[in-house]
Design a protein around this ligand. Structure first.
Ligand SMILES: Nc1nc2c(ncn2[C@@H]2O[C@H](COP(=O)(O)OP(=O)(O)OP(=O)(O)O)[C@@H](O)[C@H]2O)c(=O)[nH]1
Ligand SMILES: [Mg+2]
Length: 463
């Protein structure tokens, strides 16, 4: 049941096992739901609850998260009180559920066996961190008595030191046994699990699972170009962002206003990506935890972490300014730095270099309000790097994350890892944008470069 309605034609599996073995984490990753409670303490999940994966308005998969087995040996003893032929075992489990007192005596077992006996398949979760105990065996035996399709997952959360022993035992009770880590499972291993569910399920559920597998595959291949286009559009928007000076709130400095708008644009872009990937509550952190308020684009004092250090910046800026000269001709610095905006030293703190106030009639004025002064765009040569590094980093992390991971996102420093030729390219693109020389070709080249950056990361995380 999901939301009180019977699940017709959707695949339905119940995630069961000992307390605190990562059951909820698995449900969270497979249904892409980061609102499911996961906790270090045993007994986080107190009642069975179903979560669904809906694609194109169709409920394709329902997973029931359950509390862990608490009294498996006693339940098995009750089941075995009578001599029961193998074909009568499922009926015996039903009889167990029909005894009203069992709801008080065995609330967790009743909660997890009820959906199974209503037709759900079983995903049994263990971390294989200790030897197989008598109560573990009782759990597996009870599940075998249900007669429902059964698969087992070893969640390697605590080293899984007894994997061989567990694997051999699980093979006796389950039709499919694999390692699955809900914290790091990329699409490939999720698909592997779904394909196994597909093999075990009945024909109606198989249709739903096939549709789900196809949906995930198509979505993944579409995401690369979708994200690249979105990132390119966002970057171009930030590089050329200007404000109308006449609309400044009183007492607000042009720098403040522009910084606010740029921060907002980043925040809103990040929020949209979060939503697209199904995250409802992600926090942004940095690897420099001791610096407070370090998580906004326009924390300019910290730009050298995301962007380039002063020396690198000097070299790359000079190379970009020197049209036909040597790429590394630092001697052309000063006058040929990006857009000629830097005169007082590249690493001046937030101040005059950040903003150019254009005169009426300048190229970047918006038609209709040409007479107004424009604030922006930001001309510091590190700005294009910082915007790109932060957003690429955010997207990479988001993409390789699973919904069971609940720690804050820690952006990584990126711009300095790009080759000097790439850095020069980025600055040239920024320069073209700011001088109105942007072309479709530049746009395509920028998107292709972003695709390469994103693919590099997804390839690495799949290894
Ligand atoms: N390192 C690591 N930790 C994990 C993994 N899976 C789960 N955890 C952690 O283990 C703890 C328990 O995870 P849950 O998913 O809540 O486990 P559960 O089986 O639902 O627990 P109960 O609801 O209490 O029965 C949480 O702190 C998780 O963050 C894993 O694959 N690796
Ligand atoms: Mg749980």
């Amino acid at each position: 049941m999901v939301g009180g309605a019977m699940i017709a034609d959707a695949a339905h599996f119940c995630v069961v096992g000992h307390p605190n073995k990562g059951k909820s984490s698995i449900v969270s990753t497979l249904t892409e739901n980061d609102s499911i409670q996961i906790g270090v303490e045993s007994g986080t999940t107190r009642q069975a609850d179903s979560f669904s994966f809906i694609a194109d308005n169709r409920l394709l998969l329902a997973l029931t998260d359950t509390p862990g087995f608490q009294r498996a040996r006693q339940v098995l003893a009750w089941l075995q009180q009578q001599t029961v032929a193998p074909h009568e075992r499922a009926a015996r489990v039903r009889a167990f559920l029909d005894v009203a007192e069992h709801r008080q005596a065995f609330p967790d077992e009743v909660a997890l066996l009820t959906p199974v006996m209503q037709g759900a398949g079983i995903i049994y979760v263990t971390d294989a961190s200790g030897p197989v105990s008598a109560s573990d065996l009782a759990e597996m035996e009870i599940l075998r008595w249900t007669g429902q399709p059964r698969m087992a997952v070893i969640n390697p959360m605590a080293g899984s030191t007894h994997q061989d022993e567990w694997r051999q035992t699980l093979n006796q009770y389950f039709q499919w046994v694999r390692v699955f880590d809900p914290m790091s499972a990329q699409l490939d291993s999720r698909l592997q699990l779904l394909r196994a569910m597909n093999e075990l399920a009945d024909p109606a559920q198989q249709r739903a699972l096939k549709r789900l597998i196809q949906h995930l595959e198509t979505r993944e291949s579409g995401r690369l170009s979708q994200f690249a286009q979105q990132l390119a559009a966002y970057w171009c928007g930030q590089i050329t962002l200007t404000l109308d000076a006449a609309r400044l709130q009183s007492g607000q400095s042009p720098e403040e206003a522009l910084q606010q708008s740029l921060n907002k644009a980043e925040e809103s872009r990040f929020q949209q990506w979060m939503q697209q990937c199904g995250y409802s509550r992600l926090e942004l952190e940095t690897q420099l935890n001791w610096v407070k308020g370090f998580n906004q684009l326009m924390d300019t004092e910290q730009w050298s972490f995301w962007g380039l250090k002063s020396k690198e910046l000097m070299v790359v800026s000079a190379a970009t300014g020197a049209a036909a000269g040597s790429l590394f001709d630092v001697g052309t610095g000063g006058s040929s730095l990006l857009l000629g905006a830097i005169t007082g030293g590249i690493l001046g703190t937030a101040g005059g270099w950040l903003v150019s106030q254009q005169q009426p009639g300048s190229r970047l004025s918006i038609p209709g309000i040409k007479k107004q002064h424009k604030i922006g765009p930001v001309k510091h040569p590190n700005f294009p790097f910082v915007v790109m590094a932060r957003s690429l980093s955010f997207l990479n992390l988001l993409w390789s994350r699973t919904h069971a991971q609940r720690d804050a996102l820690q952006l990584e420093v990126k711009a300095s890892t790009w080759s000097q030729a790439e850095q020069v390219r980025l600055l040239r693109w920024a320069k073209q944008l700011q001088s109105d020389k942007w072309s479709d070709k530049s746009q395509q080249a920028l998107e292709a470069w972003i695709v390469a950056q994103l693919s590099e990361n997804t390839d690495q995380s799949a290894e």
